[in-house]
Design a protein around this ligand. Structure first.
Ligand SMILES: Cc1cc2nc3c(=O)[nH]c(=O)nc-3n(C[C@H](O)[C@H](O)[C@H](O)COP(=O)(O)O)c2cc1C
Length: 334
């Protein structure tokens, strides 16, 4: 069955799933792991500071590989000149779209008027988006929250204003900035944005399974679903969701042994990308995520947190493999 097509300005995508930016996570290695399972998943880089790009235009997070489309670069900032400059650099890098971050709740970001702080200043948000749109030919999207806090849920009005100046799609995380990650995402509230604009909207927040994805789309009326945390250690999830939405069923997740192969592949990709010292340290979280739910998982978590070389990571994975085989032969239920 053919995939549904979503048009983000001039970009046509064949997926319901967007894996949105996660700082420290959605790097080239991560994106490569996802594309092993589903080449068409829409993805984005980690957020990039437009101000930092003024001083150092060659930020490693901006790098894209030739075979990883469709992919966007997410920018944050509130200064028109810096954002226009960053947008041009992102376009030169080969990004298919530019995403503007209007949702980051982190204090050091919002203190500088960036991220979710732009939702408190809609005129500035529109000015920044207009400058970015005017600087590039590729589509520009915006990722936002429901609003600053429960008294200021202005996402439907802000999205409409941004659509009017040419924003091509939105990702809406169903929480306010004040909520950060507490409570649960309000998919009904995302619907108010979807109803107020005619460009595609990706609903975001707390989707963990293909069933959740379907429910979010039913409740919010969104065109697609953005899934962040649940894809960590589960690069196959976007494929499962696309399959489920298209056919009503989905392929099983990899076996625990296969997950160990994926874990070590991810670690090796991280080392290729960042060198052994940084790569292995940044891989620890991935090792933990791939091995979630395996026997002795709390011990694995501790051991994964201590690996300092590729050799140690491989030894850890081999040990887990032996333990798993023993478990399987003893039908361990732990
Ligand atoms: C580790 C981490 C880093 C994140 N970094 C970014 C970011 O750079 N830009 C952004 O717009 N959102 C960022 N987010 C938010 C996610 O894109 C997403 O909106 C949020 O996690 C809710 O979706 P989920 O419930 O599927 O995880 C980050 C989230 C996490 C967990």
């Amino acid at each position: 069955m053919p995939r549904n097509k979503i048009k983000i300005g001039s970009l046509e995508i064949n997926t319901y799933v967007y894996i949105p930016p996660m700082a420290g996570v959605t790097d080239i290695a991560y994106r490569k792991m996802v594309r092993l399972f589903d080449k068409e998943t829409l993805m984005s880089t980690e957020m990039v500071s437009s101000k930092a790009l003024m001083y150092r235009p060659d930020q490693p997070v901006m790098k894209l590989t030739a075979d990883e489309h469709p992919v966007g670069i997410q920018l944050f900032g509130h200064e028109v000149e810096a954002m226009s400059n960053a947008a041009r650099l992102a376009e030169e890098q080969g990004a298919d779209f530019i995403d503007i971050n209007m949702g980051c709740p982190v204090p050091k970001i919002v203190k500088g008027k960036d991220g979710a702080a732009l939702m408190k200043e809609p005129d500035l948000a529109v000015e920044v988006a207009k400058a970015v749109i005017d600087s590039v030919k590729i589509p520009v999207t915006v990722k936002m929250r429901l609003g600053w806090d429960s008294c200021n849920k202005n996402s439907p009005e802000l999205a409409k204003r941004l659509e009017d100046i040419g924003v091509s799609a939105f990702t809406v995380h169903g929480r306010t900035r004040a909520q950060a990650y507490t409570g649960s995402a309000d998919w009904e509230a995302i619907k108010l944005v979807k109803e107020n604009v005619s460009v595609p909207v990706f609903g975001n927040g707390d989707v963990k399974t293909p069933y959740d994805a379907k429910k979010l789309l039913e409740i919010s009326g969104c065109d697609g679903v953005a899934i962040a945390r649940a894809t960590m250690g589960a690069p196959w999830l976007s494929r499962q969701i696309n399959e489920y939405l298209e056919t009503g069923s989905f392929s099983p997740e990899p076996s625990q042994m296969e997950k160990l192969d994926l874990a070590i592949l991810h670690v090796s990709e991280m080392i290729k990308l960042k060198g052994e010292y940084v790569g292995i340290r940044e891989s620890r979280r991935h090792l933990i995520n791939y091995t979630k739910g395996m026997p002795n998982s709390s011990k694995i978590r501790g051991d994964s947190g201590k690996v300092t070389s590729f050799e140690e990571a491989k030894e850890l994975v081999e040990r887990l493999r032996r333990e798993l085989s023993l478990c399987i032969s003893n039908t361990c239920n732990e």
